[in-house]
Design a protein around this ligand. Structure first.
Ligand SMILES: Nc1ncnc2c1ncn2[C@@H]1O[C@H](COP(=O)(O)OP(=O)(O)OP(=O)(O)O)[C@@H](O)[C@H]1O
Ligand SMILES: [Mg+2]
Ligand SMILES: [Zn+2]
Length: 368
């Protein structure tokens, strides 16, 4: 097995390799090439969407020894770029605000901030999990942000900006990172697999991207899990990975919902039993079922509705869904959804995990 910590190996080394976050990238690269970089930035957004990556790129670019006037990409070859890449750059200080050490480091910032960078033009401070700073540390940081020395750049990164004090937020230039869409994630996974020379079915990547819920890092970690399961010399196939990911095949859900639509309780319950016998976890099944019903309802209201769930299916699968949705009335979809949500809350108390699902089936099909 080759050395494959994918999310580290494929961390973008240039701004042009970052997917999505177009507005942030444009604003930052403009600031770099025109020498108007701010002294404090706040990067907020969900996990695994590029906050730390972009913060490091910014540090690389401002300190790159080969970067010329008017350019913004780091060269990735000079001593400074190399040191940042290897994690031993003395003028890039990364602080994890969630750790005890981080709290001390922020406290000491006030004293050390006055010192000039050792080797580079700028001292860059990346403060991760910035919402976790203690009150004391926040105040210390605030003092520093009030009058940052011209050689310092702060990048605060957080997944929970609502937990940060407004006085800090207002001193930073803020960028919101967004979840990535399925096609964006698929394109990156595809590139990785091509580089690693591993064969794949495109549908398999759609599944991985759906599971990742907008986080590129999660997608890369899932891909890694799949690769270690399948092996690097075999093709990554949709069929094989549903099991690895603990996902339920869309055909299974679809067939079950067809019985529900026909109000055929006997077939539905029988099929459920069959599926569980084959090793599908009832909880997972119900979870996915609710997911599908929710999307079906949204598609019923608006046939053009698109979200990452919808985008993660092939057009054949989607037309199959749409045919079934037409057979359901809106009320039937709502009612089924409600019944299955009810079943979910009952599942934890049930000695037989599939019993609440069966009850819901009976209620939906026969009425209560
Ligand atoms: N926008 C993106 N474009 C390309 N790759 C990305 C992007 N976002 C994340 N990645 C991939 O995910 C990995 C982790 O990203 P990063 O550390 O930047 O996430 P983060 O937003 O800081 O997450 P966290 O909130 O968990 O710290 C990167 O090494 C890279 O492989
Ligand atoms: Mg991060
Ligand atoms: Zn460089």
């Amino acid at each position: 097995m080759p050395n494959l910590v994918l999310y580290r190996k494929y961390r973008p080394q240039k701004f042009s390799e970052v997917i999505g976050q177009e507005y942030t990238i444009r604003a930052l690269t403009n600031a770099i090439s025109s020498n108007t970089v701010s002294h404090a930035y706040l990067f907020s957004g969900p996990r695994g969407t590029g906050k730390t990556t972009v913060a490091r790129l910014l540090a690389k670019a401002v300190n790159c020894q080969n970067r010329k006037e008017g350019e913004y990409e780091p060269c990735n070859h000079c001593e400074s770029c190399k040191e940042i890449e290897n994690g031993n750059a003395i003028d890039l200080i990364e602080i994890d605000a969630a750790s005890n050490r981080g709290i001390n480091e922020v406290r000491e910032l006030k004293d050390s901030i006055g010192f000039l960078p050792v080797k580079s033009k700028y001292k860059v401070f990346i403060i991760d999990e910035a919402h976790q700073l203690t009150k004391e540390a926040s105040n210390a940081l605030l003092k520093t942000l009030e009058e940052p020395p011209s050689h310092a750049i702060f990048v605060l990164a957080t997944t929970e900006p609502q937990k940060m004090i407004s006085t800090i937020i207002s001193r930073c230039q803020r960028f919101n990172f967004r979840r990535l869409g399925v096609p964006e994630i698929v394109s990156k996974l595809q590139r990785i697999l091509e580089k690693e020379k591993i064969k794949f079915e495109k549908e398999a990547l759609l599944l991985i991207a759906r599971q990742a819920e907008g986080s590129v890092r999660d997608a890369e970690s899932i891909l890694e899990k799949v690769i270690s399961f399948v092996g690097t010399d075999r093709e990554i196939k949709k069929d094989g990975i549903e099991r690895v990911l603990g996902m339920v095949d869309s055909q299974v859900i679809l067939r079950f919902l067809k019985y529900i639509q026909k109000k055929d309780a006997k077939e539905a319950v029988g099929f459920l039993e069959e599926v569980i016998d084959k090793g599908v976890d009832p909880e997972q099944f119900l979870e996915e079922l609710i997911n599908y019903l929710r999307e079906f309802l949204l598609l019923k209201i608006d046939p053009d509705f698109q979200d990452s769930f919808v985008l993660s299916f092939t057009s054949d699968e989607l037309s199959e869904f749409k045919a079934l949705i037409t057979d359901f009335s809106k009320t039937e979809l709502e009612n089924s959804l409600e019944r299955f949500i009810e079943a979910k809350s009952k599942m934890i108390y049930s000695s037989l995990p599939q019993l609440p699902i069966e009850l819901a089936v009976v209620k939906i099909c026969i009425g209560s």
